[in-house]
Design a protein around this ligand. Structure first.
Ligand SMILES: [Zn+2]
Length: 405
């Protein structure tokens, strides 16, 4: 008989035992420590569906987050790859936000400049729709190869003469693919077998003398420190901090040559080169610090869920309307966890509008709908966009309370 969790996020005793029997996917050490459990979440939060019916019927998965005491890596031990379908078109691209576009554009400049990529080659594993590879092509790389099972032929008219895409998985049989830069952005958080996968990427990098590897993943330090439960998704099976990312790269035989935060400290950016024996960098956190943060996350999550449930209920009880700004993964996770009804969800990305979020089954609409809804509270799903959103609301003549996650 299994006991059920009693509060939002609390780990049941049987689940703690389940995690203790698992091994770390980054370093292989046994005895993981579970700290957060939630069931009935959308199997994939980044998908958008065509109807309310499809959104309601969408598969659900479970989350049991556990950390490794040896390396600090965090994984969802209940991740079920069978529930996740990356071959279907998803809408992960943030390319429609000026703020994100600027970040990507500056990063492309930096990579081309720092590594002298003019006339060189790039392999991007998990290239999504190819937006970033095309930025690199515009900046003079000779050739870019992108590989992603969810790649879709270009929807706009960008110049694709120096890029090639393969709509498939990258795996053990693809380590002959290589480039002067081996790039993965927002891929590794979706990869369960982190240690093995990094090993393949290192083999790819080693095919080109002098190759550099660049890895970008969401930062988990902030998620843990802020109790940001809306940033925990079933399909994000792997969670990194500066320290655990660097340790995973070293374990795969890389020397970490650059390690920092980016995009207002929301992402981790690591540069590494093939070769074992690199020093621990001063930016790295320790496994003990991660363990402490994980325990902190467990304590504050229940409070945070409670805060948002009562904030939304208070506005609605007074006859007011609530809108969520940002129709992506955060909105799907947030609305599922706080179990909010009658919330309007808007997004500036026209490709998301008219689609439905999995789990909560809410339609994503154009921000213009707020002229009719006249919300009293707008909740931006990402604090980085608060200024952008406030400007948009202002230009519509609306002045709701704006409280970001
Ligand atoms: Zn580990």
């Amino acid at each position: 008989m299994t006991s059920r969790p009693t509060a939002a996020g609390e780990v049941a005793p049987a689940s703690a035992g389940e995690a203790a029997r698992q091994s770390c996917h980054a370093c292989g050490a046994g005895g993981l420590v579970a700290f957060y459990e939630v069931g009935g979440v959308p199997a994939q939060t980044c998908v958008l569906l065509d109807s309310a019916h499809e959104a309601e019927a969408y598969p659900r998965g479970e989350i049991l987050l556990a950390y490794c005491g040896s390396c600090g890596f965090i994984q969802n031990v209940r991740f079920d790859l069978a529930l996740v379908d990356y071959s279907k078109p998803t809408e992960e691209s943030q390319a429609f936000s000026p703020r994100f576009t600027e970040f990507a554009s500056r990063l492309a400049d930096e990579l081309v400049h720092q590594h002298g990529l003019d006339g060189k080659t790039v392999l991007e594993v998990g290239c999504g729709k190819g937006d970033f590879l095309e930025l690199l092509a515009e900046r003079g790389i000779a050739f870019g190869l992108g590989i992603d099972p969810g790649y879709l032929p270009n929807r706009d008219e960008a110049d694709t003469s120096r890029v090639e895409y393969r709509r498939e998985w990258y795996g053990a049989g693809d380590t002959h693919l290589t480039g002067d830069l081996v790039l993965s952005r927002h891929l590794m958080e979706h990869v369960p077998n982190v240690g093995e996968f990094f090993g393949w990427l290192v083999e790819s990098a080693m095919q080109t003398p002098g190759s550099v590897m660049f890895t970008e993943v969401p930062d988990t330090t902030r998620v843990l420190a802020e109790g940001a439960f809306w940033d925990v998704y079933h399909e994000h099976c792997s969670y990194f901090t500066l320290g655990s990312l660097a340790r995973a790269l070293r374990a795969a035989g890389m020397t970490v040559t650059g390690l920092r935060y980016g995009f207002d400290d929301q992402y981790l950016l690591a540069q590494s080169v093939p070769g074992a024996g690199g020093e621990v960098r001063e930016e790295e956190d320790t496994p003990d610090q991660i363990a402490e943060l994980a325990e902190h996350f467990a304590r504050v999550t229940a409070d945070r869920v409670g805060h948002w449930r009562s904030t939304i209920a208070d506005v609605q009880a007074g006859g007011g309307a609530v809108a969520v700004w940002g129709g992506g993964s955060k909105a799907a996770a947030f609305l599922t966890s706080v179990e909010a009804d009658d919330v309007t969800v808007v997004d500036i990305n026209p490709h998301k509008q008219g689609k439905w979020l999995p789990g909560s089954a809410v339609e994503v609409r154009s921000p213009e709908v707020l002229l009719e809804v006249r919300p009293d509270l707008v909740i931006p799903m990402n604090p980085i966009y608060v200024d952008e959103i406030s400007t948009d609301l202002d230009s519509m003549g609306l002045a709701p309370r704006v409280e970001a996650l």
